[in-house]
Structures are given as C-alpha cells and as structure tokens.
Design a protein around this ligand. Structure first.
Ligand SMILES: [Zn+2]
Length: 243
C-alpha cells in the first residue's frame, strides 16, 4: 500500500494542479480533490483511481460544455460528490470488504446527477418537478427532463462499465432520482422579496432580502448530493447482496 501512495501523490497532484490552473477548482477545492484522489488511489489501487478519473474527466468536460457558467468547485462541493467514495475506500481498507462496491456506487450517483444536470439543462427543455410533477423554471433543483434522465442513466452506465458490475448501474440511477426527490422537497429554497427570484442563497443576487419558501435551512445542494451519493452507495451494496 505504501508503494501505491508513492504513485498516487505525484499522479493526483499533477491532475489537481492542472485543474486548479484552468480555474476548475478553488484552492480548498484542489486540496479536497487531492485528499480524495490520493486516498482512493492509495487505498484501493488503480481500479479505484480509474473509476474516479472516469468521473472527474467527464464531469469536468460536460461542465465546460455547459450552458451555464460554473464557478470553480470548492472543497464542500468536492467532498459532497467524492466524500462517500473516500469513506468507502477507507472502510474497505480497514477490513469491511463489502464496502468496496459503495465506492463506484456513490460515484455512479454523482456522475448520473452531473450528466443529467448538464445534458438536461442544455438539451432537455423545461424541467418538471419529480416530487410534484409541476413545470419548473430552468436550473431549479429537483427538476428533471426526459433527455436529462437518459443522460443520467448513461452517466451511471459509464461508471458501471468502468467498474464492471451491474449493481453500480442500479445504485447510480436510483441515487440520481433520490437526488431529484430530495432537491425538490427538503432542499432549501428562498424567494427574493424584491425581485421574486427563487434562490438557495439567504441574500438574492439583486441584493434583496429573501424569505424561506420550502425546505430545511442547512440542506443545500451539497448536502443533497452527499445524502444521494450515500443512498446510491448503500443501494449498490444491497443489490449486489441480494442478486
Ligand atoms: Zn432579487
């Protein structure tokens, strides 16, 4: 394992520095990415590293092609998507062998959600609420489109193929729906008292005060991603057991 860490540190650091240089990661986002990358590569070896790379490359690429402009990812966002995978790798290395499948399961969920969001917002038309069935304004959390959902299934399949296990596909797809459901129910939503825009922020972009419309104050998009990836990971392990 020590040898693997010696390989992991330079390989991961080069990638993370490139990503930070291109403005895809903040400084703390780069540190969190290095932690997740070195941890997974060092603990599980090339198999875990490959599947993490498969997620990182396509998520970054789709983010670049996105109709929205993304700011650089910060540590909170990185850990919301990769934290469960890292914990799975630690648990597996500590002897809980059944935790290994949780790693691709959580990444399949994160990847499905990313592909669904990027593809859906670009080509999917107006989203609907999975929880309530209503048509929503573009980019609203919890909204899904048919095109985006197909993109999400492809995103989960991509990770399942890298790993080579069918339960990963199931966990990723159901995890993606869990993400939309949580995003449309418990995720916090404010409405600006001045311009009426709905937002996740306590203060609107126009500077106006906002009122809570729905959800739980501390549950933002990152918390929803963390919960959904944990759910997708658990479901992947469960499906592999009952098969
Ligand atoms: Zn406003």
């Amino acid at each position: 394992m020590a040898i693997r860490f010696l390989e992991a540190v330079p390989a991961v650091c080069v990638l993370v520095l490139i990503a930070a240089r291109f403005g895809w990661l903040t400084a703390d986002g780069a540190a969190a990415s290095a932690l997740v990358g070195v941890g997974i590569y060092g603990l599980t070896g090339i198999r875990g590293a490959e599947v993490l790379l498969g997620f990182f490359l396509t998520a970054t690429l789709l983010g670049r092609l996105s109709s929205r402009r993304h700011g650089p990812r910060n540590a909170r966002q990185v850990l919301a998507n990769g934290g469960v995978a890292l914990v799975s790798a630690v648990a597996w290395a500590a002897g809980a062998r059944w935790c290994l499948l949780a790693l691709p399961g959580s990444l399949a969920t994160a990847n499905a959600d990313t592909w669904a969001t990027e593809i859906g917002t670009r080509w999917g038309g107006p989203p609907r609420s999975l929880a309530w069935g209503r048509i929503l304004p573009p980019h609203t959390s919890g909204g899904i489109t048919r095109v985006g959902t197909l993109g999400g299934v492809a995103g989960a399949l991509w990770i399942a193929l890298w790993w080579g296990a069918f339960p990963v596909l199931v966990g990723g797809v159901v995890g993606m729906f869990a993400d939309s459901l949580l995003g449309g129910t418990v995720q916090v939503r404010y409405r600006c008292a001045v311009c009426g825009t709905e937002t996740e922020e306590g203060i609107c972009a126009c500077g106006g005060e906002t009122d809570l419309v729905r959800g739980v104050r501390w549950v933002d998009n990152d918390v929803v991603n963390l919960l959904a990836t944990a759910f997708g990971a658990a479901l992947t392990v469960l499906v592999a057991r009952v098969r």
